[in-house]
Design a protein around this ligand. Structure first.
Ligand SMILES: Cc1cc2nc3c(=O)[nH]c(=O)nc-3n(C[C@H](O)[C@H](O)[C@H](O)COP(=O)(O)OP(=O)(O)OC[C@H]3O[C@@H](n4cnc5c(N)ncnc54)[C@H](O)[C@@H]3O)c2cc1C
Length: 289
């Protein structure tokens, strides 16, 4: 297991917010995670990161250690129509493997940048599909009990962009088993590429961002409200509401997580004043010391 002191977190958050933590651990195996959670970091707070595509680093310095899965614990095993992956496997790689085995069901995830642990915790999804629908089994570490347990999507309480694993201090996702269906390889590839092209046409991929900032409120869409309020282009330091997609904030220059949170709060206030709707942040704010 790699351990890095004074770890630069810039490459591990998709906003590319510059930040540093005193120590970062990159576990390679389930045993590494067990050792970290029950011995090295026992009774200490720590931050878990998958591939960092849905986080806001609110601080520039963290004394709290980070445990980073990004590209580690990334095994992918195919057995008939089941695929088992480690928590650190990237969704893109998983989709490539599924397509190579003529397995359908993951096409919408091809362009959702994520680790598999993050995809479960956030119940990632799009185009009317979500990760919960593909899950056969989640293997996780119940930290207080120091026990490795299993559950299905219902047991993980996976709802819209949510799961009980968002209470990150008590559970760490270790591995995921998915159930897919046999499909036509050309159709699988066509769906992956078509959805990717649609998304790239609408989303500001040329600037660092972390996807939709807010959860969709009941019965409304965030983008049109931001459009109506003429908030596109609104800027705090190097962060601005994307002129291309009002639900995204993109980083166009220097700025800290605090600047980003100021911009988010301004949007929330403007939306509340106009529509009496409280926008909930989808992205996970990391604000421990
Ligand atoms: C351009 C772009 C487009 C996007 N489009 C979509 C979209 O269409 N749909 C969608 O749902 N999302 C989208 N997102 C957001 C993001 O891709 C998803 O939320 C993704 O699932 C985050 O996974 P991650 O591994 O990066 O998680 P991270 O950002 O690293 O972490 C997210 C949360 O999960 C926790 N966590 C991570 N790994 C574990 C683990 N193993 N065990 C316990 N907790 C863990 C973290 O502590 C954190 O609280 C987009 C992001 C970008 C940048």
């Amino acid at each position: 297991m790699k351990t890095v002191s004074a770890c630069d977190l810039t490459p591990y958050n998709s906003y590319r917010i510059p930040a540093q933590c005193e120590t970062a651990y990159f576990p390679d195996t389930i045993e590494d995670v067990l050792t970290l959670a029950t011995q090295t970091l026992r009774d200490r707070p720590y931050v878990l990161l998958g591939s960092g595509h849905n986080v806001i680093l609110a601080r520039t310095q963290y004394r709290t250690p980070f445990v980073i899965f990004n590209g580690h614990m990334d095994w992918i095993r195919v057995r008939n129509t089941q695929i088992e992956t480690g928590a650190g496997a990237f969704t893109k790689n998983l989709c490539e493997v599924a397509a190579a085995h003529h397995l359908s069901g993951l096409e919408v995830f091809y362009d959702i940048p994520s680790s598999m642990g993050g995809a479960v915790v956030m119940n990632a999804g799009g185009h009317g599909e979500e990760m919960a629908e593909r899950i056969a089994r989640i293997t996780y570490l119940d930290v207080p009990a120091a026990a490795i347990r299993e559950c299905d999507a219902a047991g993980a309480e996976m709802t819209y962009r949510n799961s009980r694993f968002q209470n990150q201090s008590t559970c760490i996702v270790l591995a995921v088993e998915l159930t897919l269906t046999p499909g036509d390889p050309a159709a699988i590839r066509e769906k992956m590429e078509r959805i990717k092209a649609e998304r790239w046409a609408k989303q500001p991929r040329e600037f660092p961002n972390a996807g939709s900032v807010f959860k969709r409120p009941d019965g409304r869409f965030v983008g049109p409200m931001i459009d109506e309020l003429k908030l596109k282009g609104l800027q705090v330091a190097g962060f601005r509401v994307s002129p291309k997609h009002g639900g995204f904030i993109e980083r166009t220059g220097p700025g800290t997580g605090r600047d980003l949170l100021t911009l988010i709060q301004t949007i929330q206030e403007r939306v509340y004043n106009a529509y009496a709707i409280e926008l909930e942040i989808e992205q996970r704010v990391i604000d421990v010391a």
